[in-house]
Write a protein that binds this ligand. Structure first.
Ligand SMILES: Cc1ncc(COP(=O)(O)O)c(C=O)c1O
Length: 386
């Protein structure tokens, strides 16, 4: 059997894979098993922040691997403590819980919100409002949080205690908040899987006002839009708000699994020993890699993200066959006249890897993609859309 047949035979069929195997790469360039080169505008779905096989990240990870690969959370470990320190210094949030994925980071945020509400408002105040079209993960509870019925249908019963309101509809959120004692409102500043749609400024400031008025926690799910992707360290920083809880994963790890739940002032001491835990959470190798990634998400890098973003918007906005371009920084959705799946195939055939989000193609390139490679990829995308 070749690898495609082995995978189809033995791997649970939860993924509709593209018919190629990526075997190696450098930066924004990756290669398939036949040696064909692609410019990668997907970064393993916003994970490979500085592309593939990035020298600095590889050095940080391997240096740690040569020291110790895992200790468990029974002992102290420097990379975990230092990463938490850096995350708090860079965001102003107060404490960090580490896990292994975005879904787990959100599970922790939900636990923090439920415990806070039980202590401050009483046991009944456990409901968490999320937005329609959101995506918060694949565990039963984070699926329940996800505001898309299509994900719920086959897996009933969902975890109770979640309500959904249309994104950017503050009246709808207010109405629910008046009728139900809410523990928290959880949102993606830019809905990724939902079609790369940034929330409006008015809506986000309205949420912040409402949260203050009614003692509701704000949870920003920055799993996809965080870690420099929008041109700021975290997406919420574009909106002038300070959430009580910020979750992230994907890009902070640069390619190794990590989940991060950052707790602000109101919930910094919400957890006591035994309230949450994870065998691998805070793994020293993942944290050593993440420390390297975070240290490089500086002002110069972030202004480079904005420059590359402008290149993309000006190349694609109004181009033949392109109906709209949405998003922020290097998290971009492109609505095309042709079906997105056909555009993705045409791009791949011509040597560019892009993703899909709803009916759009989605671009999540490495934050430091060389501009000549980006320009070449944009020409290919334009040709595929026309
Ligand atoms: C906004 C958001 N939250 C949570 C998740 C779940 O992350 P993970 O797949 O690491 O569990 C994703 C994954 O795409 C996401 O985009």
């Amino acid at each position: 059997m070749n690898i495609f047949e082995t995978d189809k035979t033995y791997v649970a069929s939860t993924y509709a894979r593209f018919p190629i195997q990526i075997v190696s790469g450098k930066g924004a360039l990756v290669y398939d098993e036949a040696g064909k080169e692609y410019i990668d505008l997907g970064t393993g779905i916003a994970v490979n922040t500085f592309g593939v096989s990035d020298n600095e990240w590889v050095a940080a990870v391997t240096e740690q691997l040569h020291k110790i690969q895992h200790t468990s959370n029974l002992y102290y470990a420097e990379p975990c403590a230092k990463l938490a320190e850096q995350l708090c210094l860079r965001t102003g949030l107060k404490k960090v819980f580490f896990s292994n994925s975005g879904a787990e980071a959100n599970e922790c945020a939900i636990k923090a919100a439920r415990k806070y509400a039980a202590e401050h408002k009483g046991e009944g105040a456990h409901t968490i409002l999320t937005l329609c079209n959101s995506f918060h993960g694949r565990t039963i509870t984070t699926l329940s949080a996800t505001g898309q019925d299509v994900f719920h249908r086959l897996f009933q019963p969902m975890t109770p205690g979640f309500v959904h309101a249309p994104a950017n509809d503050l009246d709808a959120v207010r109405k629910i908040a008046d009728e139900t004692e809410l523990a928290a409102i959880m949102f993606e500043i830019v809905q990724g899987e939902g079609g790369v749609n940034p929330l409006t400024r008015e809506f986000v400031s309205g949420l912040a006002e409402l949260a203050k008025e009614k003692d509701i926690l704000l949870i920003a799910d920055e799993v996809q839009c965080g870690n420099g992707r929008t041109g700021m360290l975290y997406g919420y920083m574009n909106y002038g708000i300070v959430p009580d809880v910020v979750t992230t994963a994907k890009g902070i790890g640069g390619g190794l699994p990590i989940g991060v739940t950052m707790l602000g002032e109101r919930v910094e001491n919400i957890f006591a020993p035994g309230d949450n835990g994870s065998t691998f959470g805070g793994n020293p190798v993942a944290c050593a890699g993440a420390l390297n990634i975070l240290s490089r998400l500086d002002d110069a890098l972030l202004s480079g993200v904005k420059e590359r973003s402008e290149m993309i918007f000006s190349a694609l906005n109004g181009a033949p066959g392109i109906l709209s371009v949405t998003g922020m920084g290097l998290m971009i959705g492109v609505e095309t006249e042709k079906p997105a799946a056909d555009v993705i195939t045409a791009c791949r055939d011509a040597g560019v890897l892009v993703l899909k989000a709803k009916n759009k193609i989605r671009l999540l390139p490495p934050l430091n993609i060389p501009k000549d490679q980006l320009a070449r990829a944009l020409e290919i995308i334009r040709a595929a859309c026309a």
